[in-house]
Write a protein that binds this ligand. Structure first.
Ligand code: RUQ
Ligand code: CUA
Ligand code: CA
Length: 648
């Protein structure tokens, strides 16, 4: 830590290389103790990085690769980044290369702009208690992945996890709205998520029909108060969800835990990296073993077992659970799981676009482990001696490797959290080195990022159409890169040109805390609708059924909006009535959206063209309340109002 003091009192700020080394060393010191980040947070503001950044921008302009990331006024981006929002509970859409934020999609959070978590329709998706209040209003999204067809995105769905309450959400890409949320039973800390790309048995089903979910935390099974003081009885499960119905298909009880998830292109294998093969309940215990594992599941065999009724259930859940623990899977030829040993406490598992390999990063080991999927299948056939023999490379790539993206030209780009760098390395050369070719040099380039990158992902890099253009480094700390905005800083998403031999930093984009993972999707794949279809809403209000009806103390208001007016100028109810307002927007012009806010009643939502939404609440406050339009729609937007009168 002497280094820290020296740099702090020094007015000549260190240049990037020095600072980078400092980050590495201090973070390693932190590692030995409790906090991984103890050192790097102490880092002084280093203004020296500013000229370095503009220098690389100049270099970018002169390069043969990407000439400009400027998207001039009126021009459109080439890609969509679809990103998680961390404990904001939302998802986000960002234009690439400009970095413009295009949309925030509420998922597990509450959003007064759209009315998510306020309208009856969104509450039904999120889930409610019997009294109509939301089951949860917090969420923690980490990983967004798209549905596949033929090994690339089909533009149909996005799937995202909620780590807090172990829920999976689906977002339909035509409206970019969440349409389903499912809570996973028997698990806690649902972290990794990945859709399949093909059916394991029927290659004609060459599109996503399953989504796999990995749970991090060990819990009593069932978690109903039993065994809370006996960690030896706790367990973790891996879950398969049906992509179409969003129902849980099956679960596998495992040894150790899950973290990230990756799927093979042929649909036969799905893998999860395990950092707690020790099954420990404390941090020291989780770091005890020299090696942990990448755990593979044989999807076809699991589904055969479920079909044959060879499963149990846990507690009140009816979901079939099969046993994937080592003790129950001694013979590879019948085994449903294969535990491939990898570096200590690995993080991240990513599938290469050629369909051949999974790469597991070391995190506490400076290595990446390359696993050949054909050898894993060979192990399942009983033709590979040990699980470890499926490893075909383990290059030393730097400190704190976490996540890997690919350029589709045989190169991997891994984030180095402790080194604050991205390392570009060649998979074939790493394999040659592992085989004994001493002249093979897998490391091609390293570039500083600012700072402590977590996820790194490339344009179309999770598909067979990986195009090797852009790489996004999702950094966990921005420190000195932006104007300070209080003790909490904005995050940086750094855009890197990966078209050339050397990587080039193109831009610093800000991100509201705290995005984790994302995907960069070519814009032609995303086909959004312009307006809704009135007939898709069973409760749509039309001129023939518009008006106010009463049944006992239940009042239903069926209202329409056409700019700049609501169809009902005055709504009269009695104190104590239960009021349901159903609002259909009859405007047909794209983006001609209206809002509906009721002061003091905590009601606020929008209706898009040809869309219907509803709210239900108790009229418990007498008085006059102006229902007004929140969404600018017309020159007479302010006059777009209706009187809501609650008689005492
Ligand atoms: S994890 S920084 Cu939640 Cu995606 Cu790796
Ligand atoms: Cu309608 Cu503003
Ligand atoms: Ca471990």
């Amino acid at each position: 830590m002497a280094d820290t003091k020296k740099t702090k009192s020094n007015t000549d700020l260190p240049e990037q290389g020095t600072r980078r080394r400092f980050l590495g060393q201090s973070a390693m010191l932190g590692l030995a103790g409790a906090g991984l980040l103890a050192g790097c947070k102490e880092e002084p503001a280093a203004k020296a990085s500013a000229p370095a950044a503009s220098a690389s921008a100049t270099a970018a302009a002169e390069s043969t690769g990407i000439h400009s990331i400027e998207v001039p006024p009126g021009k459109l981006d080439d890609y969509y980044t679809l990103s998680s929002g961390g404990h904001s509970g939302e998802m986000r859409i960002i234009g690439i290369p400009s970095g413009r934020t295009l949309k925030r999609i509420p998922v597990f959070n509450i959003d007064p702009m759209s009315g998510w978590g306020i309208t009856n329709e969104s509450k039904a998706i999120i889930g409610t208690h019997p009294d109509g209040t939301l089951l949860y209003n917090t969420g923690d999204t980490h990983h967004v992945h798209g549905s596949y067809k033929d090994g690339t995105y089909d533009g149909r769905w996005l799937f995202v996890n909620d780590k807090i309450h172990s829920r999976i959400a689906r977002v339909r890409m035509d409206t970019m709205e969440c349409d389903k949320i499912t809570q996973l039973p028997n698990v806690m800390g649902f972290h990794g998520i990945f859709p399949d790309k093909c059916d394991p048995v029927d290659p004609k089903i060459n599109y996503t029909t399953r989504v796999f979910c990995g749970a991090e935390f060990h819990i009593p099974l069932p978690n109903d108060g039993r065994d809370v003081n006996d960690p030896t009885k706790w367990g973790c499960l891996f879950t398969c969800v049906d992509a179409e119905s969003m129902e849980v298909r099956w679960q596998v009880r495992i040894d150790g835990n899950c973290d990230l998830v990756a799927t093979s292109y042929d649909g036969k294998l799905v893998g999860t990296n395990q950092y707690n093969t020790e099954n420990a309940a404390d941090q020291a215990g989780m770091m005890a073993a020299e090696r942990d594992a990448c755990l593979f599941f044989n999807v076809a065999r699991i589904e055969k077992m479920v079909k044959d009724g060879k499963f149990t259930t846990i507690g009140k859940s009816k979901v079939p659970v099969v046993d994937g623990r080592k003790a129950a899977n001694q013979d590879p030829k019948t085994s449903i799981t294969c535990y491939v040993p990898v570096g200590k406490n690995p993080h991240g598992v990513n599938a290469s676009p050629d369909g051949k390999y999974f790469v597991c990063s070391g995190k506490l080991s400076p290595t990446a482990t390359v696993i050949d999927l054909s050898l894993v299948l060979k192990w399942f056939d009983g033709d590979l001696k040990t699980e470890r023999d499926a490893v075909v490379a383990e290059p030393e790539i730097g400190l704190g490797p976490l996540h890997t993206g690919f350029d589709g030209k045989g190169n991997a780009f891994t984030t180095l959290f402790l080194d604050s760098q991205i390392v570009k390395w060649n998979v074939d050369k790493a394999i040659a080195l592992y085989k004994g070719d001493k002249n093979a040099k897998p490391i091609i380039d390293k570039i500083d990022v600012h700072y402590q990158p977590g996820h790194g992902f490339a344009s179309m890099g999770e598909t067979k159409e990986a195009d090797g253009k852009y790489y996004n480094s999702g950094n966990k700390f921005s420190k000195d890169r932006f104007l300070p905005v209080g003790p909490l800083h904005v995050e940086t998403e750094q855009l890197i040109d990966i078209t050339g031999e050397k990587m080039r930093l193109l831009a610093d984009h800000t991100a509201h805390p705290e995005p984790h993972d994302g995907i960069i999707v070519r814009r032609d794949i995303v086909k959004t609708r312009q307006i809704y279809n009135l007939d898709e809403f069973p409760n749509a209000v039309k001129p023939e059924n518009a008006g106010i009806t009463r049944k006992g103390n239940k009042v239903t208001v069926r209202m329409m909006s056409i700019a700049p007016a609501y169809s009902i100028p005055e709504i009269k109810v009695k104190k104590g009535d239960e009021v349901t307002i159903i609002l259909t927007n009859h405007d047909k012009v794209e983006d001609l959206t209206h809002g509906c806010a009721i002061p003091n009643y905590n009601i606020c939502f929008i209706v898009n063209p040809q869309e219907t939404k509803s709210v239900t609440f108790k009229a418990d406050k007498p008085g006059l309340f102006w229902i007004y339009c929140t969404h600018f729609c017309h020159a007479l937007h302010l006059e777009m109002r209706s009187r809501f009168i609650v008689e005492a």
